[in-house]
Design a protein around this ligand. Sequence first.
Ligand code: EPZ
Length: 427
Amino acid sequence: MDIIRVKGGHRLHGSVQVAGAKNSALKLMAATLLAPGATTLTNVPNISDVHVMGKVLKYMGASIDVIDEHTLLIDTSAVSMWEAPYELVAQMRASTAVMGPLLGRFGKAKIAMPGGCNLGARKIDMHILGLEALGVHFDTDHGYIYADAAEGLVGTDVSLEFASVGATENLIMAAVRAQGCTTIDNAAREPEIVDLACMLNKMGAKIEGAGTPVIKIEGVAELHPVEHQVVGDRIEAGTFVVAGALMAGAEGIEVTGFNPLHLDMVIKRFASMGIECERIAGGIHVRPVEHIKPIDIQTLPFPGFPTDMQPQAMLVSALADGNSIITENIFENRFMFASELVRMGADIHIEGHHAMIHGVRSLSGAQVVSPDLRGGAALVLAGLCAEGTTEVSAIHHIARGYERFVEKLVALGAQVAYVTVPDPNFD
Ligand code: EPZ
């Protein structure tokens, strides 16, 4: 069994460049289905979720050439299947992002119903409601969702009950090929949505308002392949900002490869905790925080505080002078990280969607289990500042969204390594 072993107390120096955003790259890959031909994606993160999305596209008949580690040439000319199979959707819920483009290209889609995940039910009812408004008929049978727009997709006005990232993306990718205009009200505003709209417009789509709550899409007859660079990963960047705040040497560290504006709320809230971030070309310079002030944080859709930075913020709060409250409004079950951090000496009490965190002076290394992608990364960060050694297992979660996480930390001076240990489940 592979684990990540961290020896605490080593200061970080230098700079780290983040990869392209997982939560954009996966959708951009799905969007290539809308443009028969060869689309080139650059700055693609080399992570396991991208590999799974590649399998989904190949299953449908696409071909993918890995030009270099971060450049994919995706040719969807020969795609003749419109099915995302159970074994791939079960591996990665984001496979459902092919539903919109399959409907846009073929007028039909067969998608394995996504199960829940560690974060909660992860339903797609809003995706379905919005697509039904565009003229899609849905059936479910034996764990699969059958979507059919036999009479074609017809543009209309859609209001989302909640600013769902996935629902906004699927609706955009269907509406770009609908007859007439579609308006999405209460649309998600994440930078990854803007990145998707930018690529689709380069492909010939007519999308206005991406990044605002109202997105207008005028359907077009066809889309053509393009070259597009994936936006930098703001969440990976925020993760390294926390590493720097907690463990950088006096000179601080630089985190580059992303747009600091995409992390604006995080920088603002961290500033009120005493974390000084200075904007530099292509990123942020962060210095070690001397005295962490407590904070109250609510996770919200962009531009609010991102739920994907909640475990990292909880780690900072766990070492603050005083009491903090973190309220998780996006997922129903995103506090498992807290129970692992308590094993390292944190003082955290969970009440429903609220985490009450009483700051402690220090954490102690322990054996902990990654609950999910962001919680796993935050546990490694906790090990950086804990006394002694921390061993993080279930590290496949981390590999889903962080490219070379250990190597990047080692390059910054951390004492971190992958280690193979006997699996306790096998005697
Ligand atoms: C995307 O998930 C991201 N994943 C998540 O990142 C991120 O946390 C989330 O957006 C919020 O920013 C990808 O982009 C691959 P939602 P998504 O639709 O699209 C509920 C990470 O760590 N909901 O905005 O699934 C849903 O259950 C991951 O990188 C419905 O009830 O997020 C959740 O509680 C984790 N019905 C909430 O809304 C629906 O039809 C937010 O979901 C859709 C969503």
